[in-house]
Design a protein around this ligand. Structure first.
Ligand SMILES: Nc1ncnc2c1ncn2[C@@H]1O[C@H](COP(=O)(O)OP(=O)(O)OP(=O)(O)O)[C@@H](O)[C@H]1O
Ligand SMILES: [Mg+2]
Length: 503
C-alpha cells in the first residue's frame, strides 16, 4: 500500500479568523480557473497548483496550446525535483504512442467498439460547433456506422488495423450502384474491393472447411435447405455473419445516401485519417511501437504532449484530444486499492480540448483520483467549443462537476455574472431606504435588510494581475463546492498567489 493521503494540504487558506486547508481531496474534485487575458491564470494559480501537485508526487498528463508550455513544465519539474519523470511526446523526440496498437492490446472483445468510440469522440470534438452537425443524430449515426464498418472490414480482411488501409478503403468505397467498377484509372484494384475480396475469400475458405466437416445426415438436411444452410452458417461462422453485415451496409445503405450527406460523411472521416497520416503526427501516433502508455502516469510519470495548438492547429488538437480520451478511459479503469497516487489532467486554454464525454468522465474522476485542472479565459470560450444546442446548459452542468473554481481578474460580463452568482447573496443593511420620518419629526434609522451579491460582477474587474507593479501578486476568489471553507463558514474567500512562488 502506498501512502498518498487525501488530507495532505495543498493550499492554506488563511485569514484574520483562522486558517484551513484545501487538500488533495479537494484537488481530485477538479479545479476550474477563469480569468481574462494576462490576469495571472498561468503564472499565478496555475503555477502554484502545478508545483504543489508535482512536489506531492502526482503523475499526470499535460496538454499544450502555447509553444512555451513545454519549457514552463520543464522548469516546474526541475523546481519540484521531478525532471526524470517528465516524458515528452514531440516531433523528433524520444517518445511516441501507437494508439491502434495500444487499443489492440488493451481491449479484448470490444476492439472495434473502442476504436470507433475514440475516433468518433475526436472527430466530433473537432467539428465546427455552430454547424449544428454534431447535434444531428442522423449524421452522427451515419458517421458512426461508416467508422464501424470500415474498421470491421479492415480487420476481417487483414486481421490488423492501420490508418493507411482505413484511409485507402474510405477513399474507394463505391459512390453509386452504376459505379461499381473495381479498378482505379491506373488499372489498380481499388483498396475497398481488394479488402472486400480478401474478406470474402477468407470467409469462403471457412465455409468450405465447415461444409467438409458435415456428417452424411447433415449433408442431406442442411445442404438441401438454403434457408437452413444460411442460418446455420451464420451461427457457425461469425466472420460470415460480419461479412453479411458489411455487404448490407456498403452496398445497400451507404450507397443509397444522398450525395451531399455521403460526401460530408466521407470527407469528415477521410479528412481526419488524412491528418493522422501526415508527419509529424504519423510517426508520433501511428508508425512506431509505443515507448510510453497512459498507465506510466500511475508510476508517477508526467506525460506532456508538445504539439501546441497555436502552432499545429487542428492536428495538434486532434492528437491531444485523442490521447486525452484514451488516457481518461485508462485512468477510469485503475484500481486505487493497489495504487492511490493522485494524477492530474492539466489543460491550460482548456476549451481547445473539451469533448463529448468530458462531463461523464469528470463525474467519476474523483473516485479515480484524477485532479483535473482546466484553465480558460471565460465561459463564452466554453460555449463556443461545447457548442451545438443547449450550449449554456451543457457548459454549466460540466462546470458543476469541477469542485473548485478560481476567478481572477476578468472583464467578461458573462463570466463575472456567473462567478458572482455562484458565490451568492447575503443580507446587507440597506442604509438608503432606512430613514423614516415620524410625526414628531425625529429621524430614526430602521433596520432594513437587502439581499445583495457578496461579490458584485464588477468586483472581478479590479483584481490584481501580477507583474512588477503589483509586486508579482495575482488576486482571485476561490470558491469550493460542498462543505464551507471551515474557518470562514462560507464557500469562498479571496486569495493571493505569488508569481515567484517556488517549492
Ligand atoms: N514570472 C513572471 N513574473 C512577472 N510577471 C509575469 C510572469 N509571468 C507572467 N507575468 C505577467 O503577469 C501577467 C499575468 O500573466 P499570465 O501569463 O499568468 O496570464 P494568463 O491569465 O495566463 O493570460 P493568458 O490568458 O493570456 O494565458 C501578465 O501581465 C504577464 O506579462
Ligand atoms: Mg495563460
Amino acid at each position: 500500500m502506498d501512502n498518498f493521503d487525501l488530507d495532505t494540504p495543498i493550499i492554506e487558506l488563511a485569514s484574520a479568523y483562522g486558517s484551513s486547508n484545501w487538500t488533495v481531496r479537494n484537488a481530485v474534485e477538479g479545479v476550474q480557473i477563469f480569468g481574462g487575458i494576462g490576469s495571472g491564470k498561468s503564472s499565478g494559480s496555475g503555477r502554484f497548483l502545478a508545483l504543489k501537485y508535482l512536489s506531492n508526487g502526482f503523475g499526470g498528463l499535460v496538454l499544450t496550446v502555447k509553444p512555451d508550455e513545454k519549457i514552463v513544465w520543464q522548469e516546474y519539474c526541475r523546481l519540484a525535483g521531478r525532471e526524470a519523470d517528465l516524458l515528452i511526446i514531440e516531433p523528433n523526440g524520444e517518445h511516441c504512442f501507437n494508439f491502434l496498437q495500444y487499443e489492440s492490446t488493451h481491449s479484448k472483445d470490444s476492439l472495434t467498439e473502442n476504436i470507433v468510440e475514440v475516433l468518433k469522440t475526436v472527430i466530433q470534438a473537432g467539428n465546427e460547433k455552430d454547424s449544428g452537425k454534431s447535434d444531428d443524430p442522423f449524421w452522427e449515426t451515419a458517421l458512426d456506422m461508416l467508422i464501424f464498418n470500415v474498421i470491421d472490414l479492415c480487420r476481417l480482411a487483414y486481421g490488423t488495423l492501420s490508418i493507411q488501409t482505413m484511409y485507402d478503403i474510405v477513399q474507394t468505397i463505391p459512390k453509386n450502384k452504376e459505379n461499381l467498377q473495381t479498378e482505379t484509372s491506373d488499372g489498380e484494384v481499388k483498396a475497398f474491393q481488394k479488402a472486400f475480396e480478401k474478406a470474402r475469400s477468407m470467409v469462403t475458405k471457412k465455409i468450405d472447411t465447415w461444409v467438409a466437416s458435415f456428417t452424411p445426415e447433415q449433408e442431406q438436411t442442411i445442404l438441401k435447405d438454403n434457408f437452413r444452410f444460411e442460418s446455420e452458417l451464420l451461427d457457425a461462422i461469425p466472420e460470415a455473419r460480419l461479412l453479411k453485415f458489411l455487404d448490407q451496409f456498403f452496398f445497400d445503405s451507404f450507397i443509397n445516401l444522398s450525395e451531399k450527406t455521403r460526401s460530408i460523411i466521407d470527407f469528415t472521416f477521410s479528412g481526419f485519417l488524412f491528418r493522422l497520416l501526415r508527419e509529424p503526427v504519423y510517426s508520433l501516433f501511428c508508425r512506431y511501437d509505443s515507448t510510453l502508455t497512459p498507465e506510466d502516469c500511475l508510476d508517477g510519470k508526467i506525460i506532456l504532449i508538445n504539439l501546441p495548438v497555436k502552432y499545429y492547429h487542428k492536428v495538434g488538437r486532434d492528437c491531444q484530444i485523442l490521447f486525452k480520451y484514451i488516457w481518461q478511459r485508462a485512468m477510469e479503469k485503475r484500481s486505487i486499492d493497489t495504487n492511490s497516487r493522485p494524477l492530474f489532467l492539466w489543460s491550460d486554454e482548456a476549451q481547445n480540448f473539451l469533448h463529448a464525454h468530458d462531463a461523464d468522465y469528470q463525474a467519476t474522476a474523483r473516485s479515480s483520483r484524477i485532479a483535473t485542472v482546466y484553465i480558460s479565459q471565460n465561459l463564452p470560450n466554453y460555449y463556443a467549443s461545447m457548442g451545438g444546442q443547449k450550449a449554456e446548459f451543457k457548459v454549466k452542468s460540466f462546470l458543476g462537476t469541477l469542485g473548485t473554481k478560481i476567478f481572477h481578474a476578468n472583464a467578461d460580463i458573462t463570466t463575472n455574472g456567473y462567478s458572482s452568482e455562484l458565490i451568492g447573496d447575503a443580507f446587507f443593511e440597506d442604509a438608503s431606504s432606512s430613514v423614516t420620518v415620524s410625526k414628531d419629526f425625529s429621524q430614526t434609522k430602521g433596520k432594513s435588510l437587502k439581499l445583495e451579491r457578496l461579490i458584485r460582477p464588477e468586483d472581478f474587474v479590479r483584481l490584481k494581475t501580477g507583474g512588477h507593479l503589483n509586486g508579482y501578486r495575482v488576486e482571485g476568489y476561490i470558491h469550493k463546492q460542498g462543505d464551507p471553507i471551515s474557518h470562514l463558514g462560507q464557500n469562498f474567500t479571496k486569495i493571493t498567489f505569488n508569481q515567484n512562488f517556488s517549492i
